[in-house]
Design a protein. Structure first.
Lengths: 231, 393, 213
């Protein structure tokens, strides 16, 4: 699954300031860290701590107000550069896959069609057959022709994971992946992610409220008031 | 694999009632649009057909001659002016002319027709050329005379009825006391031919002791410039030209205003339907903001999202358009009846003429207008930023 | 010239088209050309008249037709002498009283239609015999008032013995001379028309009168 070596993230002094009316909110306050290829990093912290903001910046979903970000040694953010939607999209689709708390499967498409959806917009070479392979790997082969309304929450998240991986991303960004699941399903998803990390070497950056899930990865970073703290 | 078209089409299935209602709106407005366009075309075609059925489009007659047999009879049949039969050859040589037929109109006074007497109107016509000028004539009994010099007559419906004549009976030409045999009785045409007695031209000329004629009926070639022909004919000495195409043009001018109004209604109907389309698509975009954001995380460019939403508009408009046009074709007869009830004068035949070309044209109009209306929602969808939409839960 | 004539022609065309859409009549009847003049002529003492239209099919149908044919001694012929022909009946008044009737029928003649009218008194006797129209070289003779006067005072029973099909028979009618021997066919046709006229008057008017108390 992983192409190339050294797909790492380097963040230096990332800040993010929001304006809400007349108020200025410093969601992120000069965070610096680096994530190496193949790592499984979990971010934990209370609401408003900036964990989601940081992960969004790392995942190139947003521009920082200041600071730098390098991806595989290449500068993405920095020097006052602001990237437009198109540029960000191009980066994202090469490198990242995303899963979210709310799954966001399209209700009128089957499981198979949902997983194949990214390929309608962008297809890397050599990804033929990935849909079936991933569904098989994630234990969803028998549900290929079902609609999202006919499968459980845990199954929906598996489908979302398969969708996120169909274009062979380097890094998987997971924002509260088990937020809508019960304990048992959360554990199952945790296992899936661990498996992907250990056996397939997938770099995982995860935001979670779930301590047991956070401990599954090798690294835990705590966020408080826009600052990152690592043990 | 899944294509963008399939994604768009399945998106429309998410809110079936809403999609259906929007489709019905487009369908109804396309029905109206294509029917009204068909009417615009059909009316002119039907009018042309009616004029065509009059047999000839132009008449050349001696200057000062009344051009209606009825008027002639009212005037007492006196003062008839003649033209030379050689004029026929002159006119036939003109390139715009398809067919000609020479006619001699004569009236004879019958003192025993009522107390003051009355006029009997006769048309001397050529058996070879006149019937072709009146292809819509139907016979109640018998047929046309074939011998150009026969002592025979074909009677119009009412002329025969008044004289209680059937095929085989004899009639008497008053004043001259010439006997003619009835060989044909026509069906009612509703025109002045019903009161006319048709006799071979040479026979009537012999009876009237003249070799001249009063009228030349002219059928113009289909694509010829009839105005040019009229101008040429006016140059001929001592004749007047009467044109039925002028009549048609006058009628067309009269209804031109109606047509403009009718077309405006169709356009308004279309715009209303398009507002419905924009509303539907826009609502569905606003409902799917998060999902659109997710599509962007999957690698969809703003252009991809634009095309996706635009495709939904395309599907709605073309499906609704095709259904509406289909309905219009099926109910063309009904539309015909409705239109006839509303208009003060309607020519015969199909009034609402919808053919494939018109159907495609209407569909193209609907699709183009739909796509133009769909630009705004599609653009709005394309501009969605993934983060804002995901965060907006 | 063009403008005015064009409008005339346009109107003619429009009228022609409209007439094409108009309903058609089943058969042709026989009206007086100028009823005001003719009523005054035949009934100088009249104050007014009423016009009604009757036909065999509306009054008695097939049964009546057979009866009329039997009384006439001849069948109804051709495409114009049919059961649905409308007959125009003029009822003549002087004040509140009915003083007579005028009635006409169409008859096929040798060269054209013959329109035969009779003016009758309330008892059904002929006051006047009038041929409104006839197409013949000799029409003048048959339309001469001298000829018509011979019928005054006659009634239907005077024609009972006369057979129009053969032209033979007895009675007062047989005494009437044909002033135009060259037009024997039209002379006989006029007599047939007369008999038919009187029979129809009897059927439409006088028989129902007889039935009244």
């Amino acid at each position: 699954m992983m192409d190339g070596t050294g797909m790492s993230l380097q963040a230096r002094g990332l800040t993010r300031v929001y304006r809400r009316g007349s108020e200025e909110i410093h969601a992120l306050d000069g965070v610096s860290l680096s994530i190496r290829q193949g790592e499984f990093v979990s971010f934990m912290g209370p609401s408003g701590s900036g964990k989601t903001t940081l992960v969004n910046l790392l995942g190139c979903l947003d521009n920082p107000s200041s600071g730098e970000l390098d991806l595989a040694g290449r500068s993405i953010f920095g020097g006052g550069k602001i990237l437009g939607e198109k540029a960000l999209t191009r980066i994202r689709r090469e490198v990242f896959g995303y899963i979210f708390q709310n799954f966001y499967l399209i209700p009128t498409l089957t499981v198979r069609e949902n997983v194949a959806l990214p390929l309608a917009f962008y297809k890397k070479t050599g990804v033929e057959g990935e849909v079936e392979r991933l569904l098989g790997m994630l234990g969803m082969a028998h549900r290929m022709n079902h609609l999202p309304g006919q499968i459980s929450g845990g199954e929906m998240q598996r489908v979302a994971i398969a969708r996120a991986l169909v274009n062979r991303p380097e890094i998987l960004l997971a924002d509260e992946p088990t937020g809508n699941l019960d304990t048992k399903r959360s554990e199952e998803i945790g296992e899936v992610l661990c498996d992907l990390n250990k056996n397939a070497g997938l770099t995982i950056v995860m935001v979670t409220h779930n301590p047991s899930l956070a401990r599954l990865g090798g690294r835990l970073i705590e966020m408080r008031d826009g600052q990152a703290y690592e043990n | 694999m899944i294509s963008r078209f399939q994604i768009a089409y399945k998106n429309l299935l998410r809110k079936k009632s809403r999609t259906l209602l929007t489709l019905v709106g487009i369908m109804l407005s396309s029905w109206v649009l294509v029917s009204l366009l068909g009417f615009n075309r059909g009316y002119e075609q039907a009018l042309n057909r009616d004029i065509d059925n009059m047999g000839y489009q132009l008449m050349v007659m001696a200057k000062g001659c009344p051009y209606e047999a009825a008027t002639m009879m009212l005037q007492g049949g006196t003062g008839l002016r003649y033209i030379e039969q050689s004029m026929v050859d002159l006119i036939v040589s003109k390139p715009e002319v398809d067919k000609v037929t020479p006619i001699l109109m004569q009236a004879f006074f019958d003192p025993d027709k009522g107390d003051g007497g009355g006029i009997a109107g006769y048309f001397g016509v050529e058996a070879a050329s006149f019937p072709a000028m009146k292809p819509f004539f139907r016979f109640r009994q018998g047929a046309w005379f074939t011998d150009e010099q026969a002592a025979e007559a074909v009677m119009g419906f009412e002329a025969a009825e008044l004289e209680q004549r059937e095929v085989g009976d004899m009639i008497l030409v008053p004043e001259k006391n010439v006997k003619l045999k009835v060989v044909g009785v026509l069906e009612r045409t509703g025109g002045q031919d019903d009161g006319t007695i048709f006799v071979p031209l040479k026979t009537l000329q012999k009876i009237s002791e003249t070799d001249k004629i009063t009228t030349i009926g002219i059928k113009v070639n289909k694509d010829a410039d009839s105005v040019k022909l009229e101008a040429t004919l006016y140059q001929l000495p001592d004749v007047q030209v009467v044109s039925f195409t002028q009549v048609k043009q006058t009628i067309m001018k009269l209804i031109a205003t109606a047509r403009v109004m009718v077309l405006s209604i169709a356009i308004i109907a279309l715009l209303i339907a398009m507002v419905g389309v924009v509303n539907t698509i826009l609502m569905s975009v606003l409902e799917r903001m998060q999902e659109i954001g997710i599509l962007k995380t999957m690698g969809a460019m703003p252009g991809d999202i634009f095309i996706l939403v635009w495709t939904e508009t395309l599907i709605l408009c073309s499906s609704g358009g095709i259904m509406g046009i289909g309905l219009a074709l099926v109910f063309a007869r009904l539309s015909d009846i409705l239109v006839r009830r509303v208009l003060p004068y309607s020519p015969g035949g199909e009034l609402v003429a919808i053919d494939m070309k018109l159907a495609f044209l209407t569909l193209a109009i609907i699709v183009v207008v739909g796509l133009l209306s769909g630009i705004y929602p599609a653009w709005k969808a394309g501009r969605v930023r993934p983060l804002e939409s995901i965060r907006s839960e | 010239m063009k403008g005015k004539d064009l409008i005339l022609l346009l109107l003619a065309a429009v009228v022609a088209f409209m007439v094409m859409a108009a309903p058609t009549f089943a058969a042709v009847g026989c009206d007086l050309n100028d009823p005001d003049r003719d009523v005054a002529r035949f009934f100088p003492e009249s104050s007014g008249y009423k016009t009604t239209y009757v036909s065999i099919d509306k009054r008695g149908g097939e049964v009546m037709l057979r009866r009329v044919e039997k009384r006439l001694g001849d069948r109804f012929h051709g495409i114009y002498e049919t059961i649905d022909v409308p007959y125009t009946l003029y009822e003549i008044h002087s004040g509140p009283r009915t003083i007579g009737y005028i009635h006409g029928v169409n008859q096929k003649g040798q060269f054209g239609g013959i329109q035969v009218f009779v003016a009758l008194d309330p008892g059904g006797r002929i006051k006047s015999f009038y041929i409104q129209k006839m197409t013949s070289q000799w029409a003048k003779k048959l339309r001469d008032p001298k000829f018509g006067r011979q019928f005054a005072g006659l009634s239907l029973k005077d024609l009972d013995a006369y057979n129009p099909a053969t032209g033979k028979g007895g009675g007062k009618v047989a005494e009437i001379r044909n002033p135009a021997p060259e037009a024997e066919e039209d002379f006989r046709a006029s007599l047939r028309a007369l008999k038919k006229n009187l029979i129809l008057m009897d059927e439409f008017v006088f028989s129902s009168e007889r039935g009244k108390p």
